[in-house]
Design a protein around this ligand. Structure first.
Ligand SMILES: Nc1nc2c(ncn2[C@@H]2O[C@H](COP(=O)(O)OP(=O)(O)OP(=O)(O)O)[C@@H](O)[C@H]2O)c(=O)[nH]1
Ligand SMILES: [Mg+2]
Length: 201
């Protein structure tokens, strides 16, 4: 794979791999921390705190009743895609009360994965709006849970109101290969966007 076009000269050491900052975003409990943990080559940094009874009124726990912990600040991991490209992964907190952190977190991000739980589509609306507002290209990753219903992708696209150009892929965030495939879908999307931007008009 050729990674020309979407790298930044400041992030490239001579002859070394290109480093790219990627956000792992999405609604509360959609599997962001799980994805960073499963795919990272290094021991990921996570900022998990126990979900207290106090959260019950504040956070929407429907569909995630077994959830014990929540991200309060960010997740951080790293994955080498090949000898040319290293992704630095920044997982966002999902709970609305921590969203004030998002502005700073997105600085310098080249792309994002927005995780969606199809049982609770609306929980990821705000993350999608935020990507569009901050102009960060993204792919949608449908994290499949055991009781998720199978919906045609185009129905999900309509419900999420995302552009026909935004890739939508299914995944299991617990699985390294599946999470890696999502990141590769994002890289391809970034490449296609940069190739389209370079085409003569
Ligand atoms: N069955 C199944 N469970 C999953 C999957 N991904 C995550 N889980 C579980 O779902 C719960 C939520 O996952 P997290 O990774 O904490 O979700 P999060 O998006 O980081 O949550 P917040 O940081 O609180 O917004 C955890 O208990 C995971 O073990 C999946 O693909 N399949
Ligand atoms: Mg988390």
């Amino acid at each position: 794979m050729d990674f020309k076009g979407f790298d930044h000269p400041d992030r490239q050491t001579a002859g070394g791999p290109r480093s790219v900052k990627v956000m792992i975003a999405g609604g509360f409990g959609t599997g962001k921390t799980t994805m960073v943990r499963s795919v990272s080559d290094i021991k990921p940094l996570t900022t998990e705190e126990t979900l207290t009874q106090a959260s019950v009124d504040v956070d929407n726990l429907i569909g995630v009743a077994d959830k014990q912990e929540t991200t309060v600040s960010l997740d951080f991991g790293k994955i080498g895609i090949n000898d040319q490209l290293v992704l630095y992964l920044f997982g966002t907190p999902g709970q609305e009360r921590f969203w004030f952190l998002w502005n700073g977190l997105f600085k310098g991000a080249l792309g994002a994965v927005v995780l969606v739980d199809t049982r609770r589509l609306a929980s990821s609306f705000r993350a999608i709006e935020e990507m569009e507002r901050q102009n960060v290209p993204f792919v949608i990753a449908l994290n499949v849970f055991p009781d998720s219903t199978d919906h045609p992708i185009e129905e999900i696209r309509d419900a999420l109101d995302v552009s026909p150009h935004t890739p939508i892929v299914a995944c299991d965030a617990r699985d390294r290969a599946s999470s890696r495939d999502v990141l590769i879908a994002l890289i391809r999307h970034l490449q296609e966007r940069s190739a389209a931007a370079m085409e003569p008009r």
